[in-house]
Design a protein around this ligand. Structure first.
Ligand code: GLA
Ligand code: ZN
Length: 669
């Protein structure tokens, strides 16, 4: 399946990034910027992201002259603008005149003017001001040939606890529960005498107030997501009316915990995200990190189920990392092709021209303070530009995944808030990564889904630590298995429902019958402690958790070998209908995960690849065309047996040799 390009009619890989010409009100610099952009193969710039003060220096007085010039210069070069709405930061006059737009902290203190992302999402004045300037922007540029897409605000995030937001939270709760009785039951407020007798008694959870009613905290998080959805609608209303054919996005942040991106993404025309990994250049750090970044790309593709934009990445040192380390040679190209391989239809940077002052003056950029493009970093940027210019065929191509891994924000919220299990770190993300890393190392293509996704198109569903099972999911998972799917479930699953109320009648709640087990209790291993299992005659170590289960239809494939529960099942399978449901009772080391998924791939007929350690393969394409991205994250060179055509040169290859941090795109068909 091939999707139409994100920017209508622009069937090319987008190469560009955040550009702040308003920090440089100088035509000569802008001309130089356009020249360098061309030399780098850059065909897009994201403008206006933090430009409110330059666009509206006084209330109601708009100045578009500078942006007109920039838009015209881009159009003259055939470039597309990703044009931003400026709500991410507001001018000083606005905070001064309407202090109620500033955010309030959870202890009730209102912030001072400053920073960014410091506004209340409820404030009627802020909403009105945002709609006004967005309307002006849309009216002004609606027919401009450079206008490619809308970049709504910037990295939505945070929370506001002002009285208006609290009132809105109460209204949201009334709408959800209708009666206080329903709310009190769902929140289990009889606990510690928390019963509410009037809606006005309810406050947002906070560090100086409510911390122990978990369902209340969960609802606050859901409400916060809805606040962003609502604000996004306010922002895009004028844009949708005036420029209905220009797609809108807001730049996401991978696994940022504060917003359920699966829900926010429903509002977006396409997803986009900002990726800043801390590569070290050392194999032992970069290989596991590469798997994590691959997962985040798959997640950002998954929230919308179609190709996304890599809205920001850094071509060299990311200044806010603990170690603002340089990318080793090859790494910039490698990370860019990793994104494209996993579904990005763009490689964009923060930032195009490096700031001269303030906190981002030392952040990597396309144009450094030296002012010309004859630098080491520019060599790699130009090479990315050259490669992307040959990849028109990849634009819009989907990922042929038959395996899915389930990652769910609400599950993460509930699990991480629970008091119990390992309170230092529940290890949800780590456990998801244990499974993902094994699939990634075997070259198995994966989609990331959440509890609400359609599961029917997959052969393998991996659902690690599914602590919260919302209503209906148990039945859908059962149907998935009965129809021939393979499910992998783990320890820590099926504890609570969507209200964070524990399932009665035994864990894993609604997954019990599908898995054919009952989990009676779970042991937590101390740091440094391990247990052991024997799987196909091989010993493997087990860490962190050891669920204690009874077989109720399932078969045991491996048992614990130590502790008072030695001999109890640690890995089980249940045959159900045409499918199978596996249960992994503890966190097992990587070598086990690889052996286990090798067996599952053979059993289910999933396509896998022989890859040297640190090398990954990402596929994009359909029945007609297929591209393979070979990516070597190890510092050492490697060799992969695979036949295809070099997508850049057309050369026929039977085997690909990659240097350390090397990458190559092959056309398989
Ligand atoms: C974020 C922001 C950008 C910039 C970069 C720096 O992703 O969206 O404006 O601050 O970080 O890495
Ligand atoms: Zn507020």
């Amino acid at each position: 399946m091939r999707f139409s390009p994100v920017i209508p009619g622009f069937a090319h890989m987008v190469h560009g990034g955040d550009y702040n010409p308003d920090q440089w009100m100088d035509l000569n610099i802008w001309k130089e910027d356009m020249r360098i952009a061309k030399a780098m193969g850059i065909n897009s710039l994201s403008v206006g992201i933090f430009s409110w003060a330059a666009l509206e220096p006084e209330e109601g007085k708009f100045e578009f002259g500078w942006l007109d010039t920039i838009m015209d210069m881009m159009a003259a070069q055939g470039m597309k603008a990703v044009l931003a709405t400026p709500s991410g930061a507001r001018p000083a006059w606005l905070s001064q005149k309407y202090p109620e737009v500033l955010r309030v902290r959870d202890d009730g203190r209102r912030n001072l003017h400053g920073g960014r992302h410091n506004h209340c999402l409820t404030s009627p004045v802020y909403r009105e001001m945002v709609q006004k300037i967005n309307t002006q922007l849309a009216e002004r540029y609606k027919d401009h040939p450079a206008l490619g897409a809308w970049h709504i605000s910037n990295e939505y995030g945070g929370e506001c606890f002002c009285p208006a937001c609290q009132e809105k939270f109460r209204a949201w709760l009334k709408n959800k529960y209708k009666t206080l009785d329903a709310l009190n039951h769902a929140w289990w407020t009889a606990f510690w005498s928390h019963t509410y007798t009037d809606w006005s008694q309810i406050e947002a959870p906070s560090s100086i107030g409510e911390t122990s009613v978990h369902a209340q905290k969960l609802d606050w998080k859901r409400f916060t997501t809805d606040q962003f959805i609502d604000f996004y609608r306010v922002e895009t209303e004028p844009l949708k009316a005036i420029t209905p054919n220009v797609p809108c996005t807001t730049n996401l942040m991978g696994t940022y915990p504060g917003i359920d991106y699966f829900r926010l993404a429903k509002e977006l025309d396409f997803a986009s995200w900002d990726n800043y990994p801390q590569w070290t250049g050392r194999t032992e750090d970069d290989v596991p990190l590469a798997a994590e970044i691959a997962f985040r790309h798959d997640l950002m593709r998954g929230v919308k189920g179609r190709p996304f934009f890599l809205m920001e990445s850094c071509p060299s040192a990311t200044n806010w990392r603990p170690y603002a380390r340089l990318h080793r040679p090859g790494v910039h190209i490698l990370q860019s092709l990793q994104a494209v391989g996993h579904g990005a239809d763009s490689v964009q940077y923060f930032q195009f021209r490096k700031s001269r002052g303030s906190s981002e003056k030392l952040h990597g950029a396309v144009v450094d303070h030296v002012g010309h493009e004859h630098t080491r970093v520019n060599g790699e940027i130009a090479e990315v530009g050259r490669i992307l210019s040959k990849l028109d065929g990849v634009v819009g191509q989907d990922t042929p995944a038959r395996a899915a891994i389930l990652y769910d924000w609400e599950n993460a919220w509930a699990l991480n808030d629970a008091q119990g299990l390992n309170n230092r770190d529940k290890k949800y993300f780590d456990t998801v990564m244990d499974h993902y890393r094994a699939l990634w190392s075997l070259g198995i293509q994966v989609d990331v889904v959440n509890e609400d996704s359609d599961l029917s198109k997959y052969d393998l569903l991996v659902a690690p630590m599914l602590y919260m099972v919302r209503s209906g999911l148990g039945e859908r998972v059962r149907a998935f298995v009965e129809k021939g799917g393979t499910l992998v479930s783990t320890f820590g699953s099926g504890y609570v429902d969507e209200n964070d109320l524990c399932y009665l009648g035994g864990f894993p709640g609604p997954l019990k019958e599908t898995l054919g087990i009952w989990c009676e209790e779970i042991d937590v291993l101390l740091p440094g402690e391990s247990n052991e299992i024997l799987y196909h005659g091989q010993r493997y170590r087990l860490f962190d958790y050891a669920e204690q289960l009874h077989l109720q239809g399932a078969r045991s494939l491996a048992e614990y070998r130590r502790e008072f529960y030695a001999g109890n099942p640690a890995l089980t399978v249940n045959e159900l209908g045409k499918g199978r449901a596996y249960f992994v009772a503890g966190r097992l080391e990587d070598s086990f995960m690889r052996a286990f998924y090798t067996d599952l791939a053979d059993e289910t007929g999933l396509e896998k690849h022989e890859l040297p350690y640190g090398c990954s393969i990402a596929l994009r394409g359909d029945e007609k065309e297929m591209y393979a991205f070979l990516l070597n994250f190890a510092a050492e060179g490697c060799k992969v047996e695979i036949s295809g055509q070099d997508a850049l040169t057309g050369e026929k290859l039977e085997c690909v040799e990659l240097p350390g941090h090397g990458s190559k795109v092959l056309k398989l068909r």
